[in-house]
Design a protein around this ligand. Structure first.
Ligand SMILES: O=C(CO)[C@@H](O)[C@H](O)COP(=O)(O)O
Ligand SMILES: [Fe+2]
Length: 215
């Protein structure tokens, strides 16, 4: 199954509500929200107030990707704001296991994100605890970058780890996802696909999402 999560980072912020409406109408399954602190990544974007505003506007599942240092400081804020899925980078928190439990204590799905240079083995001792894994297929911080092909090997390694754990959880991929790279990720074992520029740079959002879904 191919589920698409448009990344709102590529949307027109002045018209965020109508941008959300347009992708929902076009078949988006989940909305992806990128949070950046200017430290973990060299860019600043979207706080919990944006998540609250979106929560009031839509009943779609909100997938919040925290690209911030020591994300445990803001887990409660984003959960209370209305996140349904909340992911933290392995590289950003010292006590990853504790941070995962903290997210789950708010009845929110907990995800762990791996930067391109981070090995799949970083998940070894938390794989039974996470609700999904997010494999970055670009270096985080910006939309519109090119897919890093080597990440296909990592998606396969994460898939093997999940299979060995005996659970079925999503592998989400994020960065440079388009109609060419999505099938490669799918074949490698990804099930949830974030796409920013491949959707919001197109006038016809339905065509863009259908193209990604292979319809
Ligand atoms: O987390 C990030 C970037 O750090 C992503 O969610 C991007 O926003 C994806 O944009 P495209 O690569 O699809 O344009
Ligand atoms: Fe993201």
């Amino acid at each position: 199954m191919v589920r698409i999560a448009p990344s709102l980072l590529a949307a027109d912020f002045l018209n965020l509500a109508s941008e959300v409406d347009s992708v929902e109408k076009a078949g988006a399954d989940i909305l992806h929200i990128d949070v950046m602190d200017g430290l973990f990544v060299p860019n600043i974007a979207m706080g919990s107030n944006v998540v609250s505003a979106l929560r009031e506007h839509t009943s779609s599942e909100l997938d919040v990707h925290l690209m911030i240092e020591n994300p445990e400081r803001y887990v409660a804020d984003f959960c209370k704001a209305g996140a349904d899925m909340l992911s933290v980078h392995v590289e950003a928190t010292t006590h990853l296991h504790r941070t995962i439990q903290l997210i789950k204590s708010h009845q929110v799905k907990a995800g762990v994100v791996l930067n391109p240079a981070t090995p799949a083995s970083m998940l070894n001792y938390v794989i039974d605890d996470v609700d999904f894994v997010l494999v970055m297929t670009v270096n985080p911080g910006f939309g519109g970058q090119s897919f890093i092909l080597k990440m296909l090997d990592k998606i396969k390694a994460v898939r093997r780890l999940i299979e060995a754990s005996g659970r079925e959880i999503d592998i989400e991929v994020d960065g440079g996802i388009n109609a060419k790279t999505l099938p490669l990720c799918r074949e490698a074992g990804a099930t949830l696909f974030v796409a920013g520029s491949a959707i919001f740079n197109e006038q016809d959002r339905e065509l863009a999402i259908n193209r990604l879904k292979g319809i």
